[in-house]
Design a protein around this ligand. Structure first.
Ligand code: BDR
Ligand code: CA
Length: 310
């Protein structure tokens, strides 16, 4: 199985990415670390523990990450994810504790001990990953690639130009893109096509096990925010699970290889990912950018994997 570490800020779609990863024998989840983003760092850490308790996987080491972005104050998305960060379903209280170390220390330990390079999956702001890269240059060779949810080619969902994860910590994201480690980017171009419709939620709910029920309830809540004319969506874009789905079934995604940089200072464009579509910068491509997904196959994958739970 492919060894992975998940750094996340649950967050409804982060939680579903975790559900998908742990239902997939192709992947071996070595650790989960929490980032500050959708909610404050205490809450996202607690949500990781609550989700792993639900999934009966308290054997997976967990550590809490940085309490704020590298150079900025934290912005949270409680308007999207609610007061707890995972509003909607009734989740169990955590039945285990995090490791007595930081997210960076836990990630470094996993990398050091692994005989094969490990894939980092990051579905929140890139703060922890950037800190890891800066503090452990000797471990770069142990990272196979960084698969992130973040950014877009010209779209924004937090400002006209910026996607939330990148906007929260643009300096961290820039460190990740320019690190020399291969990056795979699931930005809004693809995640807005990975929409879950009401009938998909009904299908997930029918699976009937407690995990599938929680996923359906998470999506009911997530759907509310995305309703209405502002976005013009028929459903809810399931951003973060695109990272895990790409690892499982890359053939259902369309990708292009391009250079990507992050705008950290723009007047209107702070936190924008600049994708050099036509190669005008002369910089070598550093990122595999996902631009489309076969929606039905994506939904089928989720539906099929929910049967894994009992
Ligand atoms: C990203 O922001 C968060 O609200 C979601 O969890 C996702 O990672 C989408 O812009
Ligand atoms: Ca997230």
């Amino acid at each position: 199985a492919l060894p992975i570490i998940l750094d996340c800020d649950p967050g409804h779609d982060d939680a579903i990415a975790l559900v998908l990863a742990l239902a997939s024998p192709e992947l071996e989840l070595k650790a989960v670390t929490s980032s500050a983003g959708n909610q404050t760092p205490d809450k996202t850490l607690r949500n990781v523990l609550r989700m792993l308790t639900l999934l009966k996987r308290s054997d997976i080491p967990v550590a809490g990450g940085a309490v704020k972005p590298l150079m900025r104050d934290l912005i949270i998305a409680d308007n999207v994810h609610g007061e707890s960060g995972l509003d909607g379903p009734a989740l169990p209280e955590p039945d285990f504790a995090p490791q007595n170390c930081t997210a960076v220390e836990l990630m470094a330990k996993v990398l050091r001990e692994s005989h094969t390079p490990v894939t980092l999956v990051a579905t929140g702001p890139q703060t922890n990953v950037a800190l890891l890269l800066n503090s452990h240059p000797e471990l770069h060779a142990k990272i196979a690639r960084i698969v992130m949810m973040g950014g877009a080619m010209g779209l924004g969902n937090w400002t006209p130009a910026a996607e939330f994860n990148i906007f929260v910590d643009p300096e961290a994201a820039e460190i990740v893109f320019q690190s020399g480690i291969p990056v795979v980017m699931a930005g809004l171009d693809v995640t807005h096509r990975a929409q879950i419709m009401a009938e998909d939620i009904a299908r997930f709910r029918q699976t009937g096990n407690p995990v599938a029920t929680v996923v359906a309830e998470l999506l009911d809540f997530f759907m509310e925010y995305h309703k209405g004319e502002k976005w013009g969506f028929q459903g809810a874009p399931l951003h973060d699970p695109c990272t895990i789905a790409w690892l499982l079934k890359p053939e259902i995604f369309t990708t292009i290889e391009r250079w990507v940089g992050v705008e950290t200072q723009g007047k209107y464009t702070q936190g924008m990912t600049v994708v050099d579509y036509y190669g005008l910068s002369g910089n070598k491509p550093n990122t595999l950018v996902m631009i489309d997904v076969q929606r039905e196959a994506f939904v089928d994958l989720l539906a099929e994997r929910l049967n894994f739970y009992s």
